[in-house]
Design a protein around this ligand. Structure first.
Ligand SMILES: NC(=O)c1ccc[n+]([C@@H]2O[C@H](COP(=O)([O-])OP(=O)(O)OC[C@H]3O[C@@H](n4cnc5c(N)ncnc54)[C@H](O)[C@@H]3O)[C@@H](O)[C@H]2O)c1
Length: 313
């Protein structure tokens, strides 16, 4: 299969590209390297350094002529979205529209687009189903929600099968711990080098942590599924890609202590503005429609992550 992965030099994208190449697919990557890195990229992937919002993007996609597209390129930092909401909107909403139009123009069969738990905001129910109320608490969540709507607007009735995959908190090898990396990456990088993790807020707040290998598995299962549109809701088909399990930050630290053998102190800082208290996403729709469910227990995923972060130690 000829696959185009936007954002393929990033954390989730590079893990996906390694799996796709390993399975014998022809893989093309479009990435502007704003947060991604060439070091992440499988050498067999065909790389084009290009912004998906650039007017040359559509010609590049016509040339590649992919059968399927996985759109992961995005402005992914919540603090950046708060500081520069227009930029966040341009990349996340405008970029998704550009990718959807390119999918139509090149006659792609399917387009999967990365969405996020951030579309829900403060949960009205736990675990959250796809139909739950959506009240994003930051511009990043708003842009991801609008991107889902734009995807449906562009592709409904076009013959391109499509879906938005709402990832919960993804962790694993190749996640960038600098800048706005996820909490697992931050803590793993700190604790494997003997530095204290800094817990913001009480530590009782919960998240739904999912291993990147499981997210890659979900993307592969969705690519193979004959029709994703069958699961269509108001905004087009959306699927939670998650474990459905809540883990507190304090519990995460305890697991990481065991995995890293870090015995030092834990530091505390003020809660981040806009942080939600609890999060867990119900993954049963993905299981029902394309037969996927998360397999990697948190302890196992953390052990693999810690091994990767400790590789230079
Ligand atoms: N990591 C998570 O926990 C998580 C959770 C929910 C949703 N997501 C979504 O999954 C996707 C991948 O996230 P990630 O964690 O791998 O982030 P990442 O920052 O590692 O990857 C994003 C990639 O997109 C590239 N990129 C950014 N803007 C671009 C543009 N305009 N044109 C071309 N390339 C561009 C970056 O260089 C980077 O390689 C994103 O859409 C993100 O919103 C991630």
């Amino acid at each position: 299969m000829r696959v185009l992965v936007t954002g393929g030099a990033g954390f989730i994208g590079s893990n996906l590209v390694w799996s796709l190449v390993g399975a014998g697919h022809e893989v093309h990557v479009v990435d502007d390297l704003s947060t991604g890195s060439l070091e992440n990229l499988h050498p067999a992937a065909n790389m084009r350094t290009l912004d998906v919002t650039d007017s040359r993007f559509i010609d590049a996609v016509r040339e590649i002529a992919p059968e399927v597209i996985v759109h992961l390129a995005a402005q992914t930092s919540v603090p950046v979205s708060v500081r520069e909401p227009e930029r966040d909107w341009r990349i996340n909403v405008g970029g998704t529209r550009a990718v959807a139009r390119a999918a139509k123009a090149c006659g792609a069969r399917k387009l999967l687009s990365a969405s996020s738990a951030a579309v829900y905001g403060e949960p009205a129910e736990i675990p959250l189903r796809e139909t739950a109320q959506k009240r994003p608490t930051n511009p990043y969540g708003s842009s991801k929600l609008e991107a889902e709507r734009v995807l449906a607007e562009e592709l409904r009735g076009s013959g391109v099968d499509f879906a938005s995959l709402r990832f919960s908190n993804v962790y694993g090898p190749r996640q960038d711990w600098r800048g706005e990396g996820g909490v697992v990456a931050l803590f793993s990088a700190a604790m494997t080098s003997g530095r204290p993790p800094v817990v913001l807020g009480t530590g009782a707040q919960t998240r739904d942590f999912i291993y990147v290998g499981d997210v890659v598995g979900a993307i592969l299962a969705a690519l193979e599924s004959p029709v994703l549109l069958a699961g269509e809701g108001d905004d087009g088909p959306a699927y939670n890609i998650s474990t459905g399990t809540e883990t507190s930050i304090d519990m995460l630290v305890a697991h990481l202590r065991a995995a890293t053998r870090y015995g030092g102190p834990v530091e505390h800082g003020p809660e981040r503005e806009g942080d939600i208290a609890r999060s867990a996403l119900d993954p049963s729709k993905a299981r029902e429609v394309f037969g996927w469910e998360a397999r990697v227990p948190l302890e196992t995923g953390l052990a693999m992550t810690v091994k990767w972060f400790g590789r230079g130690a």
